[in-house]
Design a protein around this ligand. Structure first.
Ligand code: BES
Ligand code: MN
Ligand code: ZN
Length: 492
């Protein structure tokens, strides 16, 4: 959705004006609405008994001005969290599409709900931009049936300067571009989004934005002795890829490495997964997709931090040449790993990628991976699992996520769990079994991290979702917004 910010939107010629209303005990007047809307809205709420409960809606046909006015309840002010806003905005997009509205405006009661106007404007602009996202690349529709693009004017709160509004719009657009890149790539079927295609997409993004991008093919990966990536790749007919994207500003004080898991299809390999919902394992490259999208947004926003985006990509399939339980693999770092479960493949490719990142001597190292089912068991889709060896970085990421509507929840990577991945035959084994599965995976990764400030984001539960009140089924771009917000808050 195209989003524009205006302190005084022109109401005539609009198809639908959406007014978000919090639930109120007393029937106080709605501030911030222009007179021409305030009267019909007030009358309609009285007549219909509209009270602003969560997702309560009411359509009004005003005598003048826009064709339609739609009221949407926000629930109680005190419970007004970003997830509530997200579902209200998604409802707007669905309503507009069903009503074939192409020009809409959104009024939010900035003056009355007590949210910070700057941050909530940013959040709403972002949410609106994505609210009508659909992945329909493979849906064959006749031209006249295709949904028309929606143009939206978000009523800006008073008190924000034109400069601030411009900055918000620029930021929302850059983030939208990055998030859309990540979602499209992740939603694409695994016969399209192969490791080769992942690398190609990274190159395309790099060309567009002028950043540097280096792609390693299988030969180069062999020369670098990336044993983890090569082991996982052995069952696949598709070549692996290892990609490095570099955003280097004219002057910078800090270097941050972003590392992504790019398994374009995870069947489990010889330790094969059950077939039910195996198709969802096309999303096992969401970490890499987040890295590509983030690099695109970072360069567009000209963030004054040197950022290196790295991802390793392969399929994980069974075959006569596949790696198998009992194999001992020598990783790029030289450490040896006993394979006990070929489905614990993400940590194998990330071990090499995290080790590779060391040469950039990053101040912070952040990885994104749909790493464990155990993390989904623990947190569901409400939060990304955050593991870190640096409490300050962890808190900064959590706070950044909070500001942009992305929840991160810290989980432990204590050495207590080391016993679980101890091997009799090698330096460690690649699975610690069921208990503390998300933590033993994080601890495994830590063995390959040489950075005092590292964070691991397990996005297994948040990278893709079923259709819900908050959004459509499919990839979400998890981790991207929080990362951009964190990078923007770093002092340069
Ligand atoms: N890609 C999966 C993790 C996953 C599971 C992501 C469900 C999204 C939804 C990962 O490669 C995996 O298979 N992990 C195993 C690890 C186990 C074998 C130690 C798991 O979680 O079962
Ligand atoms: Mn797996
Ligand atoms: Zn996996």
């Amino acid at each position: 959705m195209q989003v524009e910010l205006s302190p005084k939107p022109k109401l005539s010629k609009l198809d639908n004006v959406f007014v978000l209303l919090p639930q109120r005990k007393s029937k106080e007047e709605f501030h911030g609405l222009p007179d021409e809307l305030a009267k019909p809205v007030e009358k309609a709420t009285r007549q219909a008994g509209f009270s602003g409960r969560t997702d309560e809606t009411l359509s009004v046909l005003p005598e003048s001005g826009p064709r339609k006015v739609t009221l949407i309840g926000l629930g109680k002010d005190c419970e007004l969290a970003s997830s509530r806003l997200r579902s209200a905005i998604y409802l707007i997009a669905k309503t507009a599409r069903k009503g074939r509205d192409t020009r809409i405006a959104v009024f939010f009661p900035w003056e009355t709900v007590g949210l910070d106007p700057y941050f909530s404007t940013r959040l709403l602009a972002d949410l609106l931009t994505h609210s009508d996202y659909r992945y329909d690349a493979y849906i064959t529709v006749r031209e006249e049936e295709a949904p028309k693009p929606i143009h939206c004017i978000l009523k800006a709160p008073g008190g924000l300067s034109p400069r601030e509004l411009k900055a918000i719009r620029r930021e929302a657009n850059a983030i939208a571009t990055g998030v859309t890149t990540a979602r499209n790539l992740a939603n694409a079927p695994p016969n399209e989004a192969t490791p080769t295609r992942m690398a190609e997409r990274a190159v395309e993004v790099a060309k567009e934005t002028g950043i540097k991008c280096t792609v390693f093919d299988k030969k180069k990966i062999e020369r670098l002795k990336m044993g983890g990536l090569l082991a996982v790749n052995r069952g696949s007919a598709e070549e692996p890829r290892f990609v490095v994207m570099e955003h280097t500003p004219g002057s910078y004080a800090k270097t941050v490495c972003l590392v992504g898991k790019g398994i374009t299809f995870d069947s489990g390999g010889i330790s094969i997964k059950p077939s039910e919902r195996m198709e969802d394992m096309k999303y096992d490259m969401c970490g890499a997709a987040t890295v590509i999208g983030a690099m695109q947004a970072i360069s567009q926003l000209e963030i004054p931090v040197r950022v290196i985006g790295i991802f390793a990509s392969t399929e994980n399939l069974p075959s006569g040449t596949a790696y198998k339980p009992g194999d001992i693999i020598t990783m790029m770092s030289g450490k040896t790993v006993e394979i006990v479960n070929t489905d614990a493949e993400g940590r194998m490719i990330l071990g090499d990628a995290l080790h590779y990142a060391k040469q950039f001597d990053p101040d912070h190292l952040i990885d994104f991976a749909t790493l464990t089912g155990a993390c989904v068991v623990a947190l569901g889709s409400a939060a990304t699992g955050l593991f870190s060896n640096d409490t300050e970085l962890a808190q900064k990421l959590i706070d950044a996520g909070e500001r942009v509507g992305e929840r991160l929840w810290r989980m432990p990577e204590w050495d207590d769990y080391k016993e679980l991945i101890r091997s009799d035959w090698a330096d460690m084994k690649n699975s610690g079994g069921r208990w503390a599965g998300a933590s033993t995976a994080a601890l495994f990764l830590k063995e390959f991290v040489d950075c005092r400030s590292w964070a691991h984001l397990d996005i297994a539960g948040t990278a893709y979702v079923d259709e819900s009140a908050r959004g459509p089924r499919g990839a979400t771009g998890a981790g991207l917004r929080a990362t951009i917000e964190f990078l923007q808050s770093l002092d340069s």
